[in-house]
Design a protein around this ligand. Structure first.
Ligand code: SF4
Ligand code: SF4
Length: 193
C-alpha cells in the first residue's frame, strides 16, 4: 500500500487530466453490481468483460479485457475517455485516484499520517468508521490548486460500497453469470437489428 498510495492533505483538489494512466496496466475489478449496471446501460459492452482466476484474490474475478499490444489499455477506453462515464462506470473507477483506508489498517501497516492528513469519520449501518483518505501517487490530477476540493465523506462511502460489493462476488459463479448475461445480450441485440 505504502508504495502506491500517499496520504491526501486537507484542502487537496482534483481535476482529471484525461491522461488515461489509470486505465492502463493495472486490472480494474468489476463487481456483480457493476456487471449488471453495464448490462442494463449498454448490453453490447458486456462482451468487453472477462472472468479469470486472480492470484492476488485467490479466486475468480471479473475485469475488462486488456490489450497487451496497447499498454494493457482497458477495453472501455476510447480516445482517452471512458465510454462508461456517466452511465455505468465501475465502482472502483468512480472514486479513483482516491480511496478510504481504515484507521486500524493504517496502524497495522505502520504508516504515520501527517498532521494535515484528510481524516474522515462516517456512520454506516449504525457503526462509526474512522479512516484516512489516500490517493495514488502516480495520478497527475491531484494538486492543491486545481479542480474541486476532495470530498472525503463521498470517497469513504464509495470505498465502503465497493468493498462490500467485492465481498458479495466471493464464491459466486462469475463465469456462469457472465456467460448468461452475454447470451441474453446477444439475443437482445439480435432482436434490435
Ligand atoms: S491518472 Fe488521474 S488524471 Fe490521469 S486519467 Fe486517471 S484519474 Fe485522470
Ligand atoms: S472502466 Fe473506464 S475508468 Fe475504469 S479503467 Fe476502464 S476506461 Fe478507465
Amino acid at each position: 500500500m505504502e508504495n502506491t498510495l500517499e496520504f491526501t492533505q486537507k484542502g487537496t483538489r482534483f481535476k482529471c487530466k484525461l491522461c488515461a494512466k489509470c486505465c492502463m496496466l493495472e486490472h480494474t475489478f468489476i463487481t456483480i453490481y457493476d456487471l449488471k449496471k453495464i448490462y442494463k446501460a449498454a448490453p453490447e459492452y458486456i462482451f468487453k468483460i472477462v472472468s479469470f482466476f486472480s492470484d492476488h484474490y485467490e479466486r475468480e474475478v471479473l475485469a475488462p479485457i486488456k490489450d497487451p499490444k496497447k499498454q494493457m489499455k482497458c477495453s472501455f477506453l476510447e480516445d482517452n475517455k471512458c465510454v462508461l462515464h456517466g452511465i455505468a462506470k465501475p465502482l472502483c473507477c468512480q472514486r479513483y485516484p482516491f480511496t478510504f483506508i481504515l484507521e486500524e489498517t493504517v496502524e497495522e501497516n505502520g504508516l504515520i499520517p501527517p498532521e494535515d492528513a484528510l481524516k474522515e469519520t462516517i456512520y454506516f449501518m449504525g457503526t462509526e468508521i474512522n479512516g484516512y483518505i489516500m490517493h495514488a501517487k502516480t495520478c497527475p490530477g491531484v494538486s492543491m490548486d486545481k479542480g474541486e476540493e476532495v470530498n472525503g465523506e463521498e470517497i469513504a462511502r464509495k470505498t465502503i460500497k465497493n468493498s462490500l460489493e467485492h465481498l458479495k462476488t466471493k464464491n459466486q459463479d462469475l463465469k456462469g453469470l457472465l456467460r448468461k448475461l452475454q447470451y441474453e445480450a446477444k439475443k437482445r441485440l439480435e432482436f434490435l437489428e
